[in-house]
Design a protein around this ligand. Sequence first.
Ligand code: DOR
Ligand code: ZN
Length: 436
Amino acid sequence: MKLRIDGGQLLDLTDGSLTRTSVLLDDEKNVIVAIGDHLPKGDATVTLNGEVLLPGFIDVHVHLRDPGFTDKETIATGSAAAARGGFSQIACMPNTKPPIDAPELVRYVRDQSEKSKGTAVWPIACITRGQKGEELTDFAALKGAGAIAFSDDGKGVQNGGLMKRALQLAKQLDMPIAIHAEDETLSKGGTLNEGAALRHGQASIPASAEAAMIARDLLLAEETGAHLHVCHVSVEPAVALIRFAKARGVKVTAEVAPHHLLLTDEAITSGDAVWKVNPPLRSERDRRACLEGFLDGTLDMIATDHAPHTASEKAMGFEKAPFGMVGIETVFPLLFTHLVVPGLLSLTELVKRMSTVPAITFGLSGGVIRVGGPADITAVNLSTERIIESTEFLSKGRNTPFDGWHVSGWPSLTVCGGRVVYQENPVQKGVAREGE
Ligand code: DOR
Ligand code: ZN
């Protein structure tokens, strides 16, 4: 089927200019057929009202909880939520039940992704069997089944020798290892950043728990030549270490989560576990270092670490509630409003860090709108301000600290592989089939 999108303004990622134009997409070939005025009719047309056309966003760090925790999220609800957030592609973390540590589980994720017909979901498989940190998984078989990277996210790999072997194998297979950096001898079951932990009578996850493991793994990446991807960087020394390693030519990429760019542990004024996330919300100094690191490219991309949990689990208080915040439906409006509108970052740079850079880093198609390129497109309405209402989420998870925030930059249309996977108010705006 061919889909024509009319009435959008195409953002040129090289110079930031906007051009009102139509785009014709083919979902069988997953390709952009033509861009311009007076295009041939498609089988269906979406008519926009001046929204900005961007390459579909890509989030390489999402928890979909399927199999095993489907009361929190499923591949279907998670990919629908991602589509609402403007994402054409996401990669899901393997800390499910069972963990994604065998080829048939990787295939399960791919099958569910295809069945759900939402945003495309790419599986990240475990580094160690059962995420126990003891024995490596079969990397070649997992890659063969469709895994795009390896990670024990949710837990750090405590054994340095094992991590070195993982990096050596990943290097041979040309696959990235995405690390959750947490030295458990330093975090010792803590819940909050040091200052907040003291105020709330909790044990802490100190900066050193994160930075020490990043330092170890940067050295191992240097020794092995493997591609190390550092997940959810949250502290100043971690940013400094990654900057230093990049200057030394280490093959390292890193992501930062929206909550670590926009919030600090000062925001935690109650015992509400909506604030509980790992790594925890940090100090203002850390937040600024992450922002600076993101602006100067030390931290390459945005990833949400979308981590849905049920309301009853999150009601269990700081100590017992699980770590995590949802983020996939709100990240673009939040960062557009708080980074682009105040002039800290250009729109094109934000789009690149949410689309082009993750695509290149993880070897995915996408990240660009051009004739012959993949048919992944997001349209965003940059002017209309709306309130974040967690009750409207398509995710099963409502655990956001941003409920009630006023933001603009809401996605109104998401196309994945030439198919509409999300459209705001489809009745009003209409996906009109030609002839109807
Ligand atoms: O906050 C978090 N939630 N951090 C993690 O590392 C894991 C994640 C989860 O799976 O809920
Ligand atoms: Zn995570």
